[in-house]
Design a binder for this molecule. Structure first.
Ligand SMILES: [Zn+2]
Length: 342
């Protein structure tokens, strides 16, 4: 992602993709989910840093009953002990929060999501492919969910082969109904022959949910052609709203086990035989998310006069340029990474 892409202007408000009137029940369902997951706490597994495997860490905070640590070497923030793959599979299959999203939030926000998330996501992906590859012909999305990205990228007629991996049965069924070639399987169980791999593997907001990002990255590597590229989006644990809000940041929840940063995602990729090509943080919502927390009284900026001036007193004239500054300097909480198989 280059400067030009970072500066693309999208009129984007949090309310478009998470309608305020549906979020109270969302919270009730989230708390039910957390209760279910914590039933298994005795079976959680201690891990080293998921990026650099260092054992040295500091305990940052406890939230919703989960322990958060920060790696002393690469500053990745992560949950440990954490649910393993078996527990996570059980958890997501019975998630009442996912059912609520599926029944209410996605239908109410689908058009806005398509326009404001998925179409720009397709455009950014194609810009990256243009920059780093010569006529790629195949793309694999891991964790395709409703298949919106695959549907939109198929419309562009750039790739001869567009394939989705989606292990959750009801989501895979939705992909199938949309005419997407979907493999209903987890990535580690998929075998492709050497002449049937992909030029591009993408995964959007997946890696932060995983017990073992390392296994995931090595499986993505296995499914790529030589010199093929992987594109990852995930939270940046050093982003503006994470840094200002700490444990009050809404993105810090039981589902997100790993919060990499621009340096540590590179360490993870390079230790799995990728060459890091680019990291960018084109997020749009950091300043708005912090401002909302101030306006709702969840945090106070009484001792942060500069932030109070930017986010409250002079919001109307500063918010766009302030968010642009955040995004252009690897300081947004939403991160894109591109790496090449070597
Ligand atoms: Zn680390």
């Amino acid at each position: 992602m280059n400067q030009k892409e970072n500066n693309k202007t999208i009129n984007f408000s949090e309310n478009d993709i998470r309608p305020d009137n549906l979020m109270d029940m969302e919270r009730v369902n989230m708390l039910k989910d957390i209760g279910r997951l914590l039933q298994k706490r005795d079976e959680f597994v201690e891990i080293n840093c998921p990026a650099c495997e260092s054992t040295k860490r500091t305990k940052s905070f406890i939230k919703y009953g989960f322990d958060y640590h920060q790696c002393k070497k690469c500053e990745t923030l992560f949950i440990s002990p954490r649910p393993d793959e078996k527990i996570l599979n059980w958890f997501y299959t019975g998630s009442v929060l996912y059912k609520y999203w599926n029944d209410y939030i996605f239908p109410a926000s689908e058009d806005a999501r398509r326009e404001k998330i998925f179409i720009p996501r397709v455009d950014s992906t194609l810009d990256i492919c243009d920059k780093y590859l010569n006529s790629p012909s195949s793309i694999l999305e891991v964790g395709a969910a409703y298949g919106t990205f695959c549907s939109e990228i198929k419309k562009k007629n750039i790739f001869q082969k567009v394939v989705a991996i989606e292990p959750t049965p009801w989501l895979a069924e939705i992909c199938r109904k949309r005419g997407i070639n979907v493999i209903q399987e987890t990535i580690e169980n998929i075998e492709f022959s050497d002449d049937n791999k992909f030029d591009v593997v993408v995964n959007f907001e997946v890696i932060e949910h995983l017990f073992s990002p390392k296994n995931f990255i090595s499986n993505c590597h296995r499914l790529l052609n030589k010199n093929g590229i992987i594109i990852i989006t995930c939270p940046n644990g050093q982003g503006f709203d994470f840094s200002v809000l700490g444990d009050k940041c809404e993105s810090i929840d039981h589902e997100h086990l790993n919060y990499f940063n621009p340096t540590s995602i590179g360490i993870l990729l390079e230790s799995n035989n990728f060459k890091l090509l680019n990291v960018s943080t084109p997020g749009k919502l950091d300043a708005e998310l912090v401002r909302k927390k101030v306006l709702s009284g969840d945090i106070s900026l009484d001792k942060q006069k500069f932030l109070e001036m930017v986010l409250i007193d002079r919001w109307d004239d500063l918010n766009e340029s302030f968010q642009r500054f955040i995004s252009n300097n690897l300081l947004s909480s939403h991160m894109w990474c591109v790496a090449q198989k070597i």
